[in-house]
Design a protein around this ligand. Structure first.
Ligand code: T6T
Length: 333
């Protein structure tokens, strides 16, 4: 019995040393490989992610990384994104997945499964859990979150909108989903920003599930329910496009100020026409490019990837919308 126990202890010792060595050896092997395979999984089919794809492709070409772009989900949600992720990853030989998780919780398990198979993860635009990958948790396995500081953006939008409204009146938010980090952050930041002004109030938040038609209908209903709404925040491109269309439809252009997020050509044109008053432009091409670059540095140079990489944002207003140096911020494929 004693002899058996001794053998068991010795066996466990050998295993505890050799498993990490084997894993480290595997990583070294990937580093030394000539070509890296990165898989990009966007959140949905929209100009924001097409622009991100463009930035990622350009950087991949420059660095000689093989970038595989998964099918763009037709609609927003894990039920569309997870099957695309799983079938794209099943082709094998993927070193890194760059993905915009369409839910803070529902993507944890499918991504953890890939991570456990040896695939590194960078979340772009949206994150898992609270996005803090620096403290141990069941969602801290990604190398990094690379995307906008959405809370800060929401706060800044509130400041601009409040100023346009002389710091008084009722405002309304149209957003996409309650479990998506990007828009959650925007709503939180905006509410906190508006709370700074005692004569302002957020009268409602609607969730359009990233469907523009729904955003338009909800905004019309909100304008009917609260005829004293003077400002609206559309938290992403479909929300904002639906919201301003509703204001046009209600004949309230100019009377109700629209703060919008995401610089599509449609929203920029609407700004020029006075149908929208503010457009926040994120930097999707830079997000895509940075994700490829950090992945490359990690594998080829052994770089430590920062847990958060935050490119900034810029605002379009009627005063700068025609500036030549602002045109690069309009989303393009
Ligand atoms: O606003 C972007 C993105 O940041 C967000 O996570 C989802 O919506 C967009 O893709 C715009 O449609």
């Amino acid at each position: 019995m004693k002899k058996f126990l001794l053998i068991l202890v010795a066996l466990m010792l050998v295993l505890s040393i050799s498993i990490p060595l084997f894993a480290a050896g595997q990583k070294e092997e990937v580093k030394a490989k000539k070509e890296l395979n990165f898989l990009f999984v966007p959140g949905v089919s929209d100009p924001f992610y097409y622009t991100m794809e463009r930035g990622a492709k350009a950087k991949a070409k420059e660095l000689g990384v093989n970038l595989i772009v998964a099918e763009f989900p037709k609609a927003w949600g894990p039920e569309y994104q997870v099957p695309i992720l799983e079938s794209a990853a099943a082709r094998g030989n993927i070193d890194l997945v760059m993905i915009a998780p369409t839910s803070v919780d529902a993507l944890i398990a499918p991504l953890k499964k890939l991570y456990d198979q040896g695939i590194e993860i960078i979340t772009v635009d949206t994150f898992l859990g609270d996005g803090d990958y620096s403290k141990p948790s069941d969602y801290s396995f990604p190398l990094s979150y690379i995307g906008t500081d959405n809370e800060l953006g929401g706060k800044k939008v509130a400041e601009h909108l409040a100023k346009m409204l002389n710091y008084k009146g009722k405002v309304y938010i149209n957003t996409t989903n309650p479990d998506v980090s990007s828009v959650m952050g925007r709503v939180k930041g905006f509410k906190e920003g508006i709370a700074e002004y005692p004569n302002m109030e957020v009268v409602g938040v609607d969730y359009n599930l990233d469907v523009q038609q729904k955003a338009q209908e909800q905004t019309l209903a909100a304008l009917q329910a609260h005829p004293d709404i003077v400002g609206i925040f559309g938290t992403n491109l479909y929300s904002a496009q639906g919201a301003y269309q509703a204001v046009v439809q209600a004949g309230l252009t100019g009377a109700v100020k629209i703060a919008s997020w995401d610089a599509t050509q449609d929203l920029i044109n609407a700004l020029k026409e006075g149908k929208v008053d503010l457009v926040l432009a994120q930097k999707p091409a830079e997000i895509g490019s940075l994700a490829v670059e950090w992945g490359y540095k990690y594998f080829k140079e052994g770089a430590e990837v920062p847990k958060k990489v935050i490119p900034g944002f810029v605002f379009f207003t009627k005063d700068n919308v025609n500036d030549p140096d602002m045109q690069k911020y309009i989303y393009k494929k």
